[in-house]
Design a protein around this ligand. Structure first.
Ligand SMILES: NC(=O)c1ccc[n+]([C@@H]2O[C@H](COP(=O)([O-])OP(=O)(O)OC[C@H]3O[C@@H](n4cnc5c(N)ncnc54)[C@H](OP(=O)(O)O)[C@@H]3O)[C@@H](O)[C@H]2O)c1
Length: 355
């Protein structure tokens, strides 16, 4: 009896090792076969381009208007709870930056006790300070500082943060080689780039970056008000096997009705959309029906709809919002006639809308 249990324990420990290698933390077994990854029942996963990382379709952002609650009065223990709940529902990608106040430090403290195989960290640094491209040693120092704050040995995705058109050549020519060196030293695993969406609504920088083929991931501003990435960024990323992280899926315009009303009023005033196209009050209220609980839910569904999208970042600081955003993204897509109507109204707009 003792011997049989021992054999059994050895067999199961092999299976658990295999599961962890596959990124499975919670599986159901039949005999000695994993028949179902229980995480798949509550989360969807997609390949992050050529990185080979299998990332959750919903990821958690620690910047934007909320910064993990630093800007919304959420105490740090609540932010830890938000993070742990996110991991429990299968979110395995967390985005941060050295410029998001204390976000890296908060993440470091919250993730200290969490198995490192359960999550990927994407962080970033602005490559320009006082109008000058960082030196190689300054960039190295920044990455080492992020590692210290996050209390980690390696950053899964290191991104050049908010790169503008006039900065791109300098980043490509002076800093990518430094990032590659950091990669060879094991301090980072993959190299990404994020755009300054509010100055680059048609994604000039990301189009150049993907064509240069030096970056494993891009983070792009994409929402139902500005759909240009579908034409200008997604096909390029697909061709070059570059992972696509979506930011600004709801931001303020699609999470606060008064901001949306003002945005739509401005578009009407500038004749960007016809005056009778949408009501002045609650202009996208018609999306809320048949299980679509709010305009915010509709906007998250919209952001996750394209197969080109690896992950949609939600920058929430509230547990209730996290749960409804996950439900929206994992639930049924928007009806095709609503998608077509959104495309008809906003499809031609390349203005950086959403704030
Ligand atoms: N250039 C860049 O690299 C760059 C720029 C911007 C963002 N990012 C990254 O992308 C992430 C996401 O972008 P984002 O934060 O700008 O935009 P977002 O995630 O689209 O929007 C976040 C805002 O929406 C609110 N919200 C979220 N869910 C809600 C819900 N169900 N109901 C009502 N309000 C809701 C949040 O407030 P609550 O906290 O109250 O939920 C917050 O104000 C950031 O956290 C950051 O990691 C990167």
């Amino acid at each position: 009896m003792k011997g049989r249990i021992k054999r059994c324990q050895v067999k199961y420990s092999f299976i658990i090792e295999d599961m962890l290698k596959e990124g499975i933390h919670c599986g159901m077994m039949l005999g000695d076969k994993i028949v179902c990854n229980l995480e798949e029942l509550i989360m969807k996963y997609r390949m992050l381009g050529r990185t080979g990382l299998r990332v959750s379709l919903v990821s958690l952002g620690s910047g934007g208007p909320s910064r993990l609650g630093q800007n919304t009065g959420v105490p740090e223990p609540e932010a830890h709870r938000l993070l742990h709940t996110a991991l429990d529902i299968g979110i395995n990608l967390i985005d941060t930056a050295s410029g998001y106040g204390q976000s890296e430090e908060i993440l470091g403290r919250a993730l200290k006790t969490v198995d490192r195989n359960r999550y990927y960290i994407a962080t970033k640094t602005r490559p320009v300070k006082d109008n000058r491209i960082l030196t190689a040693s300054k960039l190295t120092h920044q990455v080492e500082t992020s590692l210290k704050r996050l209390q980690l040995e390696t950053i899964d995705i290191f991104q050049f943060h908010g790169v503008q058109s006039n900065e791109y050549d300098g980043v490509r020519d002076s800093l990518v080689s430094t990032a590659q060196k950091l990669k060879s030293q094991g301090k980072i695993r993959f190299i990404g780039i994020t755009e300054m969406y509010f100055q680059d609504g048609d994604h000039q920088v990301l189009q150049r970056a993907v064509k240069d083929n030096l970056f494993d991931t891009v983070m792009v501003g994409y929402n139902l008000l500005n759909q240009t990435a579908e034409k200008t960024v997604f096909p390029l990323c697909d061709a070059h096997k570059v992972g696509v992280l979506i930011m600004i899926a709801v931001r303020r315009a699609l999470s606060r009705v008064e901001v949306l009303e003002k945005t739509i009023a401005d578009l009407k005033k500038k004749d960007v959309i016809p005056r009778d196209e949408l009501p002045d009050k609650n202009p996208l209220g018609w999306l809320v029906k048949d299980g679509v609980e709010s305009v915010t839910a509709a906007a998250y569904k919209f952001a996750a709809a394209s197969k080109a999208v690896s992950t949609v970042i939600t920058g929430t600081s509230k547990l209730s919002h996290l749960r409804s955003n996950v439900d929206a993204i994992l639930g049924p897509p928007l009806p095709s006639d609503d998608m077509a109507r959104l495309n008809g109204i906003f499809g031609h707009i390349s203005e950086s809308l959403g704030n």
